[in-house]
Design a binder for this molecule. Structure first.
Ligand SMILES: [Zn+2]
Length: 118
Protein backbone atom coordinates (compact mmCIF):
# COMPACT_ATOMS: atom_id res chain seq x y z
CA UNK A 1 0.00 0.00 0.00
CA UNK A 2 1.26 3.43 -0.87
CA UNK A 3 1.51 5.92 1.87
CA UNK A 4 1.23 9.61 1.10
CA UNK A 5 3.79 11.58 2.98
CA UNK A 6 3.11 15.25 2.93
CA UNK A 7 5.94 17.46 4.00
CA UNK A 8 5.00 20.51 5.99
CA UNK A 9 5.72 23.67 4.00
CA UNK A 10 8.84 25.50 5.13
CA UNK A 11 8.66 29.05 6.37
CA UNK A 12 10.23 30.17 3.12
CA UNK A 13 7.52 28.39 1.13
CA UNK A 14 4.87 30.13 3.21
CA UNK A 15 6.57 33.48 2.75
CA UNK A 16 6.90 32.96 -1.03
CA UNK A 17 3.23 32.13 -1.21
CA UNK A 18 2.36 35.36 0.61
CA UNK A 19 4.66 37.46 -1.60
CA UNK A 20 5.12 35.59 -4.91
CA UNK A 21 6.65 38.55 -6.78
CA UNK A 22 9.47 39.05 -4.26
CA UNK A 23 13.00 37.95 -4.95
CA UNK A 24 14.23 39.08 -1.56
CA UNK A 25 13.38 41.29 1.35
CA UNK A 26 15.91 42.89 3.65
CA UNK A 27 14.49 44.10 6.90
CA UNK A 28 16.37 45.71 9.77
CA UNK A 29 14.60 46.32 13.04
CA UNK A 30 16.30 48.36 15.76
CA UNK A 31 14.71 48.34 19.15
CA UNK A 32 15.62 50.11 22.34
CA UNK A 33 14.93 47.33 24.83
CA UNK A 34 12.56 48.00 27.68
CA UNK A 35 14.28 49.04 30.91
CA UNK A 36 17.28 50.64 29.20
CA UNK A 37 17.81 54.31 29.80
CA UNK A 38 16.51 56.52 27.01
CA UNK A 39 19.29 58.20 25.11
CA UNK A 40 21.60 55.25 25.68
CA UNK A 41 21.86 54.20 22.07
CA UNK A 42 24.51 51.61 22.89
CA UNK A 43 21.67 49.53 24.35
CA UNK A 44 19.90 49.35 20.99
CA UNK A 45 19.41 45.93 19.51
CA UNK A 46 19.45 45.60 15.74
CA UNK A 47 18.10 42.55 14.01
CA UNK A 48 18.46 41.75 10.37
CA UNK A 49 16.16 39.54 8.38
CA UNK A 50 16.16 38.52 4.75
CA UNK A 51 14.86 35.77 2.51
CA UNK A 52 18.35 35.07 1.14
CA UNK A 53 19.82 34.49 4.62
CA UNK A 54 16.94 32.17 5.49
CA UNK A 55 16.18 34.30 8.53
CA UNK A 56 12.75 35.55 7.57
CA UNK A 57 11.06 38.54 9.14
CA UNK A 58 8.69 37.10 11.72
CA UNK A 59 5.03 38.03 11.56
CA UNK A 60 5.30 39.65 14.96
CA UNK A 61 8.58 40.36 16.69
CA UNK A 62 7.74 40.27 20.40
CA UNK A 63 7.93 43.42 22.53
CA UNK A 64 10.57 43.47 25.28
CA UNK A 65 8.33 45.13 27.86
CA UNK A 66 7.31 42.33 30.28
CA UNK A 67 4.03 44.08 31.14
CA UNK A 68 3.01 44.49 27.52
CA UNK A 69 0.11 42.27 26.60
CA UNK A 70 0.81 40.23 23.43
CA UNK A 71 2.55 43.17 21.81
CA UNK A 72 5.22 43.35 19.23
CA UNK A 73 6.26 44.74 15.90
CA UNK A 74 4.33 43.65 12.88
CA UNK A 75 6.83 43.47 10.03
CA UNK A 76 4.53 41.53 7.77
CA UNK A 77 1.99 44.36 7.60
CA UNK A 78 4.72 46.79 6.52
CA UNK A 79 6.03 44.37 3.90
CA UNK A 80 2.45 43.76 2.72
CA UNK A 81 1.74 47.46 2.31
CA UNK A 82 5.01 48.06 0.44
CA UNK A 83 4.42 44.99 -1.74
CA UNK A 84 0.95 46.04 -2.75
CA UNK A 85 2.18 49.51 -3.70
CA UNK A 86 5.41 48.26 -5.35
CA UNK A 87 7.56 50.27 -2.94
CA UNK A 88 11.28 49.39 -2.94
CA UNK A 89 12.51 51.06 0.18
CA UNK A 90 11.06 52.46 3.36
CA UNK A 91 12.45 53.66 6.67
CA UNK A 92 10.32 54.52 9.63
CA UNK A 93 9.24 53.94 13.18
CA UNK A 94 6.97 51.11 14.23
CA UNK A 95 4.81 51.23 17.30
CA UNK A 96 4.22 48.20 19.45
CA UNK A 97 0.76 46.78 18.85
CA UNK A 98 0.36 45.70 22.49
CA UNK A 99 -1.80 47.03 25.28
CA UNK A 100 -0.50 48.15 28.62
CA UNK A 101 -3.27 48.14 31.21
CA UNK A 102 -5.74 50.35 29.33
CA UNK A 103 -3.25 52.32 27.26
CA UNK A 104 -1.12 51.42 24.29
CA UNK A 105 2.38 50.16 24.90
CA UNK A 106 5.02 52.87 24.44
CA UNK A 107 7.73 50.67 22.90
CA UNK A 108 8.91 51.69 19.45
CA UNK A 109 11.32 50.29 16.92
CA UNK A 110 13.07 51.90 14.00
CA UNK A 111 12.98 49.92 10.80
CA UNK A 112 14.51 49.89 7.37
CA UNK A 113 12.91 47.70 4.72
CA UNK A 114 14.14 46.95 1.23
CA UNK A 115 12.09 44.86 -1.17
CA UNK A 116 13.57 43.32 -4.31
CA UNK A 117 11.01 42.27 -6.86
CA UNK A 118 11.35 39.46 -9.40
ZN1 LIG B 1 4.77 46.43 23.80
Amino acid sequence: MLKMVRKAPSNLDVFRKLFPRLKDVQFTLTEHPYGKRWGDDSANVSLEFSMSSGKLPPKLYPCTDPLCNKGGFNMESIIREMYENLVDERNGVMLCTGKYAKAHCAQQAVYSAHLIYL
